[in-house]
Ligand binder design. Structure first.
Ligand SMILES: [Zn+2]
Length: 383
């Protein structure tokens, strides 16, 4: 039995700050209490915040082989499959280079309080296996969404695409093509349907910038968002440029959205409309996206998201809501038992020095790796 005592615990889905002690057994939070608990295994969290560990809901860690390459080029030149700069570098990198780069990225996530990440893995089955190999001794939760080059092949038969999708799903947690600019509608539908049949995640990048939405409407009469929802995708990435009706439909279908504001800033494509997402009660998560332009540090993402949103809307945006995007909101969008601290939930948490009187802003504005005194995943002390 592990006891964390005297901390300011951000409790429950609302991250309600309470002075309390937590009792953890076999990886699970079994009790929150104000009474003194006797145990030989205790951590004194006096002066610290006890927060859920962070969830990075959208990342491509393989791209760590190409950090800060291509700055100043257009988004299509840098990331569009199959010939964008990132894809050229990925296919020219050795397995060993990719594994080392991914290991480093996972270690960086642990050092910045992240216990769970959702990776959008290129390279088909071989790509998935590389990440599994890289992460086999690293105690971070990995949710891997695969894709295969056959998804971009306009000549490929749909029977073959279905077969490849089914096979990939045996090895990963879901499928995630890049976007509608690269794949046929029928292929997108197959991906979403096969994931649904197997109870796995289907996700796609949508409405990252205005041009892709305009092209989609011109070519098909529907926005990328509408097409993604009609195909049955269950997790949308970006949605920076909604057109009329998009947000309402996302909200009605209760489909979560992952925002990646630093990535959008780096690529000069837009600003996620987080206040509008909130007005439409869209469950919003945060991700650091491509390692080419961003470190996978969720504290940096949260700070950028908070201040950019206030600057963009010229109004206050709640820091608690930003922290929820990196924690509790993920519990409702992903197959995880963590995301917030409650009795019966997985003990994925961090103990962090409280650096100001405002616990949420202390985390968002001020916390660096050196201020995290302890990271616990599944009840195990990672450091
Ligand atoms: Zn992405």
């Amino acid at each position: 039995m592990l006891v964390i005592e005297n901390g300011l615990v951000l409790w429950g889905e609302n991250l309600d700050p309470q002075k309390a002690n937590l009792i953890i057994e076999e990886g699970i939070i079994i009790e929150k209490t104000t009474r003194k608990v006797h145990s030989s295994h205790k951590i004194d969290a006096t002066g610290c915040i006890v927060s859920p560990a962070l969830v990075n809901a959208h990342v491509h860690i393989g791209d760590a082989v190409a950090m800060d390459v291509g700055d100043g080029k257009s988004i299509a030149e840098i990331v569009k499959p199959p010939h964008g700069l990132k894809h050229q570098i990925l296919s020219n990198s050795s397995s060993d280079d990719l594994i080392q780069a991914m290991k480093k990225a996972m270690m960086e996530m642990l050092s910045t309080g992240t216990s769970t990440f959702v990776d959008y893995r290129e390279g088909g089955l071989a790509g998935i296996k590389l990440l599994q190999e890289a992460g086999k001794d690293i105690p971070i939760h990995k949710i891997i969404l695969g894709r295969d080059d056959i998804f971009f092949d306009n000549e490929a038969s749909l029977t073959k695409v279905k077969k490849v999708a089914r096979n990939l799903l045996k090895y990963c947690d879901g499928l995630a093509p890049s976007g509608f600019g690269e794949i046929r509608e029928e292929v997108a539908s197959i991906i979403a349907q096969e994931c649904k049949k197997q109870g796995k995640i289907s996700s796609i990048h949508v409405a990252e910038y205005e041009d892709v939405q305009d092209n989609s409407v011109k070519e098909t009469g529907k926005s990328e968002v509408k097409r993604a929802l009609d195909c049955g995708f269950k997790l949308l990435i970006h949605l920076n440029s909604p057109v009329s009706g998009d947000l309402r439909e996302v909200s009605l279908k209760n489909v979560p959205v992952v925002s990646c504001p630093r990535s959008n800033g780096a690529l000069a494509v837009g600003i996620p409309p987080l206040l509008d997402f909130q007005k439409y009660k869209i469950n919003t998560l945060l991700g650091t996206d491509n390692l080419m332009f961003n470190s996978p540090n969720m504290f940096r993402e949260m700070e950028y998201a908070l201040k950019l949103t206030r600057g963009f809307y010229k109004s206050h945006f709640s820091p608690a809501d930003i922290l929820k995007m990196a924690t509790a909101n993920a519990a409702h969008a992903l197959p995880i038992d963590s995301g917030f601290l409650d009795e019966g939930r997985l003990a994925d948490l961090m103990i962090v020095k409280q650096l100001s009187s405002h616990p949420y802003l202390s985390l968002i504005n001020r916390t660096e790796s050196k201020n995290i005194i302890c990271l616990i995943i599944k009840g195990n002390i990672i450091y």
